[in-house]
Design a protein around this ligand. Sequence first.
Ligand SMILES: Cc1cc2nc3c(=O)[nH]c(=O)nc-3n(C[C@H](O)[C@H](O)[C@H](O)COP(=O)(O)OP(=O)(O)OC[C@H]3O[C@@H](n4cnc5c(N)ncnc54)[C@H](O)[C@@H]3O)c2cc1C
Length: 398
Amino acid sequence: MDMRQSAEDEAFRETVQAYFREEYPRDIIAKLANGQTLKKSDMVASEQALSARGWLAPGWPAEYGGPGWTITQRFIFDEELERAGAPNVSPMGLLYVAPVIYTFGTPEQKDRWLGDILSARTFWAQGYSEPEAGSDLASLRTRAVLDGDHYIVDGEKIWTSDAHYADWIFCLVRTEDAPRKQDGITFLCIDMATPGVEVVPIITIDGGHHLNRVVFDNVRVPVENRIGDEGKGWTYARHLLSYERTSYAHVAAKRRQIEDMKRLLADAPWAEGDAGQQDDVRHRLAAVEVQLDALEMTVLRALAPLAAGQAPGDEASIIKIAATETAQAITELFVELAGLHALPKFPDRSGPDWRAGLEAIPAFAAPATAAYFLARAQTIYGGATEIQKNIIARQLGL
Ligand SMILES: Cc1cc2nc3c(=O)[nH]c(=O)nc-3n(C[C@H](O)[C@H](O)[C@H](O)COP(=O)(O)OP(=O)(O)OC[C@H]3O[C@@H](n4cnc5c(N)ncnc54)[C@H](O)[C@@H]3O)c2cc1C
């Protein structure tokens, strides 16, 4: 597809830039720039600001409240949001479940859920993985048994991102033991306030609370919360995953990180005689930048089916691998730069007041280390790299 930008696209870019400069909440951008993590109230404020402008769901069809942008405008918007240093939206409602609801849901379900997602009144979680069903997702055992006009749900989901923030969770549940395990799976939307739903925190290696176990004990879910046909959940789940895997690119945010790294590298307090180390870091930074250029081209190529109104194809797997490996390479370099900056300032520990010297260590070092640890998960969630490679190999007929 032709990605050259027209005069209208340039004017659109300026409108978006002006919005993030003048209207979007400055305190949220300032918090992120200061290395702070955002709370749910910050995410709500961010998403309600975008919603008030009609810009919260660029990918949704106009009939459901999308802004009716071209694919180029959507690309420009994502780029400018990240360039401005604003947070990406919480994806589970807006990017993952919404396309399933507007593609496969009933008119009542669309009325009931899409408006609340679009106005940032409700947040969602994704209940796919279970303790014995991650890569092999179709082995899931959370069971839903029909009882009149309700399903009774029992089981456990794990690694559920932001379930502690969520009002709703979309779940894959087993309604039948079919010979082919992908059959007999049903897609259910569950109100997190339903009696019997328990959220148990999991603290990750970066020290943060992002993940949870979600336990369902005798949870009554109305049948009208089922998306599509009973037993056909696998089809809807795959549709959702193609949107999920395409959403990981975040090219402009990575570009910003690389620009930050160039500044840090220029300011690094090199010791005498370490030219070899300097060359090594510069070489690796250049390699990451080339990797990012390749990712950007791949994303642009993958936009073509979206422009034609189709769901992303298996190229989503290529983007998933390229995006997450680039993210990890960037976080590795940040940690190395933190070392370069911090080591010369690391205090002499022979005196009792050695901790005073720690204040001289640059502020970016601790968040960089936390980001490095958290980014290890990127090649696992949304389907591990090995699983993406299996999908690509199948596509190539290998
Ligand atoms: C930070 C984070 C956030 C997450 N958020 C969510 C969420 O919100 N909702 C949700 O439902 N899930 C979520 N997950 C779960 C995630 O999708 C799973 O962790 C992932 O699918 C891998 O499953 P697993 O952990 O069971 O590992 P396993 O499937 O046990 O895999 C272990 C290893 O074996 C490899 N492997 C497995 N099968 C194959 C195969 N066939 N061929 C080659 N190699 C194979 C894998 O690549 C991996 O290296 C999250 C995970 C993390 C880490």
